[in-house]
Every structure is written in C-alpha cells, then in structure tokens.
Design a protein around this ligand. Structure first.
Ligand code: GLA
Length: 394
C-alpha cells in the first residue's frame, strides 16, 4: 500500500512539524493506522454480536521518537498547542485537560511496563474526518500501539495490540465501547470486510466482490454528546440482558437471544429495554443476511439490510439524528442506490450508501443539494477504497 499524493503531503507536514518542534534530523519512524466504516452490525459489538467493518484508506499518521526520560510530548498538525505530560501524571483515567491526548496516553499507560525507555516525542496528523463515525479515536490508539511495538521490538501481534487499545479506550478514556473499531483498524485487510464475532473476538475475512460501491456520506455534524449517550445505551442493554436472564433464559450476551425470548419476557421487557433488545436481536439477523449477500456481491440484498438497519437504529436504538435520517433518505431516493445507513455510533458523523458500481457522480449532486438546502451545510462524499491495516510508512 503506498500513499496517495495528498497523503504524502500530509506526511511531509507531519515531518516538518516534528523537526520544528523537537529538532534533530528525523523521527525514529512514521506509522499509519486506518479508520473504518461498519457495513452492518450497529451497536452489536458490546452486546456480544457480529459486526462487518471495512478498513478505509484514510487514517492517522504518527511521526515518533523515543525519549530517554519519562516525558510524553504530543503534537497535532491541526493544532498549535501541544499536550505534554510525564508518565507519573497520567493517572488511571483520562484527565480533561489532556483532550485528545487521552487516547495515546491510555495506550502508553497500558504498555509502559513493557517499555525499556519511557517517553516519546510525537506528531499526529490524519485525513480521516474526526469524531465522524469512522473510528478516528481507534486509529490514534492503534497507530500509537503499533509504533511503540515496532520501535521497542515488543513482538505483540496485531490482535493483541487491538485488545490493548480497546482496554485503553474502556478503562482509561472511559467509553464503554466494544472491540470493533480497534480490531478493524489493527486487522483490516485490503479488499475485504472483517466479519468479527464479538462474543469470542474471533473473525474471518469476507472478500468484497464487485457488484456495488460504498459511498461515504459525511453530514459534518460532530458528535458532541456521544460518549455520555453511548455509555447510556451500553447501560440500557445491560439492564435488558438482566431482565431477559430473569424472565426468559440465561444467556451470556444480549445478542445471543432470539425473538422468541423477547416474546417470552414480554410482560417484563418494556420501554427502552424492549426497544434496545429488539434492535440487537433483529440486527443480528440483518448481519447474517448482509454477510450472505456480501459473499456473492448481491448489492440489492445487502442494501436492503442496510436500510432496514438504519430504521432500527433510528427507531429502536435512538442514535440517529435529523441529519443522518435526511442524508440516508435522500440517498435511497436516487436510482441506483441499494440502501443506506448510519455508520459508527450515530448521533451525527457519517452514513454509508451502497450504490451501483461507478454511479457516485450521478448520485452525489441531488443528495448534496437536498442536504445543503435543509441544513445549510455541504456534506462530504467519498467512494470507499478498502485499505489494509497499520503499517510503517517511513
Ligand atoms: C462506536 C464504538 C464501537 C461500536 C459502534 C456502534 O464506534 O466505538 O465499539 O459500538 O460505535 O456500532
């Protein structure tokens, strides 16, 4: 995998900032980790279900050099001010003044005991829209873990790195997410989707056949309240699971239940608990249909699963918003669009549309005009190229 012209320019900017901030002649290495879109399987990972992410060819770059002391100096090409801390100042959970630095710091905390020398100088830069449902946070975590692993010869496999990054996000950053984003970023394979079984963290690759293109639709609405609302969904699912265990049968995760269990527990399962459980149980069926369709390149069948997933995510899981509903509806109204859904946590950010191969130029203008008229914002568009996992660039 080589960098595009714009990615090479980004790497140049990162290197320039590195040398002007930290001096010397060059960093010890420049690394990359990708973001992802999730084709289908919304909010199933932390419920022990199956998900189907695809790694994108966009992500986060990191120029890094170990230090001989315990100082951690973070810079971003998008921000003038840096974030500096010493290992001893990190604490056990994120500190508000560290901002986005919580992601690298969480990873560093998890790896610190294995590192021979301690601190590092680092400059980050990315071409992934931030906080948009394409896993920019996981890409920051994975590129940090991958770089530390390679520079210090820790010999950790990518699966182990993904688990370490997931631990950093849940324990240090404090978002009770599932394993999907870190696994997708660390284990993505070009031209394939990752069919990840979150009940036991096993996975298989499913080749993406021609038959459709994936168009990413960026509403540009940032998800400001995401982590609070996200953790609330996790808690509600935990409560629904407890009700089902008591009144249906005892299974390990919410995704393991079926429609008959929900019917059995009907007198006790109501309100948000019923809605969340109904989404999880029905989404598992849609993932199964989606994987079968993906295997044979059946765009219309996969698209129908996507659209039905969006409806369930909006109505029963309540993580959509006006912008995501409008952009997916506008896309689905175009000829040659098989289906569309929000991707990522929801509450804003990106959606995806499954479209006839080569039809993006035709689909984009009416969707853009409709969205701009309603919200006064021009959305972003990009045809997905399924890139590979993390790598060393320089
Ligand atoms: C976020 C989380 C993931 C997953 C998705 C929803 O991206 O980080 O773990 O739960 O939302 O599918």
């Amino acid at each position: 995998m080589t960098e595009s012209a714009s990615q090479s320019r980004l790497v140049e900017r990162i290197l320039d900032r590195f040398l002007s901030e930290f001096g010397g002649t060059h960093p010890a290495g420049v690394f990359f980790a990708p973001g992802r879109v999730n084709l289908i399987g919304a909010h199933l990972d932390y419920n022990g279900g199956d998900v189907l992410p695809v790694t994108v060819d966009l992500g986060v770059y990191l120029a890094i050099r170990p230090r001989d002391d315990d100082r951690l100096c973070l810079r971003s090409v998008d921000q003038r001010d840096g974030i500096d801390a010493r290992l001893g100042e990190l604490g056990d959970s994120r500190r508000p003044e560290h901002g986005w630095g919580a992601y690298p710091f969480g990873v560093f905390r998890a790896l610190a005991e294995r590192l021979p020398r301690c601190g590092f100088d680092a400059v980050y830069g990315g071409d992934l829209p931030m906080a948009s449902g394409m896993s920019s946070s996981a890409a920051i975590e994975v590129v940090t873990a991958y770089a530390l692993d390679r520079l210090h010869g820790l010999g950790l496999g990518n699966r182990e790195l993904a688990l370490i990054c997931h631990g950093a996000e849940t324990r240090y950053v404090g978002v009770q997410c599932g394993i999907m984003d870190q696994f997708a970023s660390a284990l993505g394979r070009a031209g394939h989707a990752l069919w990840l079984h979150c009940s036991d963290a096993s996975f298989e690759y499913v080749e993406i056949h021609a038959g459709f293109d994936v168009l990413v639709l960026d509403t540009k609405k940032t998800r400001t309240l995401a982590s609070g609302a996200f953790n609330q969904r996790v808690a509600e699912c935990g409560e629904a699971l407890a009700i089902l265990r008591m009144h249906a049968r005892s299974l390990p995760t919410l995704a393991a239940y079926g429609e008959a269990d929900l019917a059995h527990a009907a007198p006790w399962l109501a309100g948000v608990h019923l809605k969340r459980a109904r989404h999880v149980v029905s989404e598992m069926q849609r993932v199964a249909r989606g994987v079968a369709a993906l295997r044979v390149g059946d765009g219309p069948a996969l698209g129908a699963a996507l659209t039905s997933s969006h409806r369930s995510t909006a109505v029963d899981y309540e993580v959509s918003c006006a912008e995501l509903d409008a952009i997916t509806a506008a896309a689905c109204a175009q000829p040659g669009v098989f289906g569309a859904r929000l991707t990522g946590a929801g509450f804003g950010g990106c959606a995806i549309a499954l479209i006839e191969p080569g039809s993006a130029e035709r689909v984009i203008p009416p969707v853009r005009d409709d969205f701009a008229r309603r919200f006064g914002v021009e959305p972003g568009f990009r045809v997905l190229a399924a890139g590979g996992g993390p790598r060393r660039v320089v």
